[in-house]
Design a protein around this ligand. Structure first.
Ligand SMILES: Cc1cc2nc3c(=O)[nH]c(=O)nc-3n(C[C@H](O)[C@H](O)[C@H](O)COP(=O)(O)OP(=O)(O)OC[C@H]3O[C@@H](n4cnc5c(N)ncnc54)[C@H](O)[C@@H]3O)c2cc1C
Length: 482
């Protein structure tokens, strides 16, 4: 096994979580700093390299970045970036990091294991040729984040339907787009809605139906990112988030969902149960409401061949006949992947951090990576007041609670970070949705946050504790980090 040198920091994973870690680390280390970025894929971008081609960012593009790095592509602020634009920005973020410190990249390499001893972290990596290499560092960021995988088609018994993955078949460019046959989209989250919108944009009269589980609510983009003069008067995004999460007591997610839908949320589906913090505009919701022939709240179990043709078999026991040749598009479960193992967000020594949804600090991996790496690079970890939540179990076992749980944890943990980190960390944070508003409103919001966050934090902690009492991980790290 080769032994190749020592680094100040190693970042594993070059998705947006890894790039946030690298951005923070290189910012703190400066020109003398030595960083290594390791990524299994051939280039930066993580899931954006192989997600479906019609995906668009659902928040205005400026908020999807690495730390304090601005976009440079010249789009209007409200532009929802395409996959190619996101990838180009992520490549640019890496170049900025390279200009700050000595950054070595190893694409096509894979993390194998790490061990901590003598105040060092030893990391074992596998090279593209299969050989192993050991590298040591002072600090390690395991930024595998959501580690999104391309979706395979739904496996069904019937050969009379066409079961496909959106990753392999463009809804605007693939065979499905050139065809007239009915489509069933399996999954009612962001990916399912993206697929339906793309199909309806190409063929407005197409027979598109959706199996949407419990139905998903979205944040209204028009409310959270108002345009024109409304930027001066609309409720700030962070204020919206606080108002929403303060309704949550750890057990009342259905009631909280109703509250959201009365104000800053929406859905093309009646009475949606789930919420995963996706964004949708009113115009998109209207297009879906009028264009999708049917939203069925149920889950697909199989498609079998009946005497008169294929039948969708649903979890409720219901069956739906569909014409032969019907397309089935699998848009389920990209994020809450049960295969992702639990790993505490920080090791006992405070030298290794892990950005993952099983020990999540925040809703998006960008935020967790940004703040946690700032604390890591300053030697402030472990911060015992931070709370972890298991977002995979949270969204699987208490489906309606996923979004509010994630946002409650985010606001709670940001308050803890605020007490520990320098003010500059908050002032330079380009991920913060309040940055959508005029600077005077951002400043007023910051003052209000400073005056109220301890009080608000206590209520968030109570809700997270109450949720934890339901048997899903939500609270401080256990001392043995099991
Ligand atoms: C279809 C879809 C659309 C989405 N749209 C949005 C959106 O509009 N806005 C938004 O904020 N979020 C969106 N999300 C959520 C999104 O997943 C995240 O915001 C983000 O891009 C995830 O980044 P990540 O770094 O956490 O994970 P990933 O992008 O999955 O990156 C993890 C990286 O780690 C690497 N890796 C894993 N294991 C190893 C190993 N052992 N060795 C080396 N490298 C390894 C992987 O190859 C990968 O490149 C979307 C998710 C999906 C599925």
């Amino acid at each position: 096994m080769a032994q190749t040198g020592h680094r100040d920091v190693i970042v594993l994973g070059a998705g947006i979580a890894g790039l946030n870690a690298l951005s923070v680390a290189t910012d703190v280390l400066g020109p003398a700093g030595r960083a290594l970025l390791v990524e299994r894929r051939p280039q930066p971008g993580g899931m954006w390299n192989d997600t479906y081609d019609y995906v668009r960012l659902h928040q205005p593009h400026g908020f999807f970045t690495a730390g304090n790095i601005p976009w440079t592509q010249g789009h209007p602020r409200e532009h929802l970036a395409t996959r190619a634009e996101v990838l180009a920005h992520m490549a640019y973020c890496l170049e900025v990091c390279r200009s700050r410190s000595q950054v070595e990249t190893r694409f096509g390499w894979e993390y194998v294991a790490h061990a901590e001893h003598d105040e060092l972290v030893e990391v074992t990596l596998r090279a593209p040729d299969g050989s192993l290499d050991t590298v040591t560092c002072d600090r390690l960021v395991k930024a595998f984040g959501y580690d999104v995988q391309a979706k395979p088609p739904f496996e069904v018994s019937s050969g009379a339907v066409r079961s496909i993955s959106p990753n392999d078949h463009g809804m605007k460019t693939g065979a499905i787009a050139r065809d007239q046959a009915p489509v069933w989209i399996i999954g009612g989250g962001k990916s399912g809605m993206d697929a339906a919108l793309a199909l309806l944009e190409e063929q407005p009269g197409r027979d598109v139906r959706m199996l949407v589980g419990g139905g998903t609510a979205f944040l209204s983009r028009d409310v959270w990112f108002p345009t024109g003069a409304r930027r001066w008067v609309a409720t700030r995004p962070n204020q919206q988030g606080i108002a929403y999460t303060l309704h949550f007591d750890g057990s009342n997610e259905e009631e909280v969902q109703q509250w959201l839908l009365r104000g800053s949320g929406l859905s093309p589906v009646d009475h949606p149960r789930d919420f995963l913090l996706g964004l949708m505009s009113r115009a998109e919701a209207d297009t879906l409401r009028t264009g999708v022939a049917e939203f069925v709240k149920d889950y697909l179990v199989d498609v079998v061949d009946g005497p008169d043709g294929p039948l969708l078999q649903l979890r409720s026991g219901a069956q739906r006949p569909v014409p032969a040749g019907t397309w089935l598009v699998n848009c389920t479960g990209y994020l809450a992947r049960e295969e992702i193992p639990y790993e505490p967000f920080v090791s006992a020594s405070g030298r290794v951090v892990s950005i993952n949804p099983r020990s999540a600090l925040t809703h998006l991996t960008t935020f967790a990576s940004y703040f946690l790496t700032h604390a890591l690079m300053r030697g402030l970890l472990p911060l015992p007041d931070l709370y972890e939540v298991d977002m995979v179990a949270g969204t699987k076992e208490a489906k309606a609670a996923g979004g509010v749980l994630a946002l409650t944890a985010t606001l709670y943990n940001i308050s803890v970070f605020f007490d520990a980190l320098p003010m500059s960390v908050f002032l330079n944070n380009r991920l913060d949705f309040d940055g959508w508003l005029p600077p005077a409103r951002v400043a007023a919001g910051s003052l209000r946050f400073m005056a109220t966050h301890h009080r608000v934090r206590a209520r968030h902690r109570a809700a997270l504790d109450a949720f934890g009492a339901r048997g899903i991980r939500s609270g401080p790290l256990s001392p043995d980090r099991a």
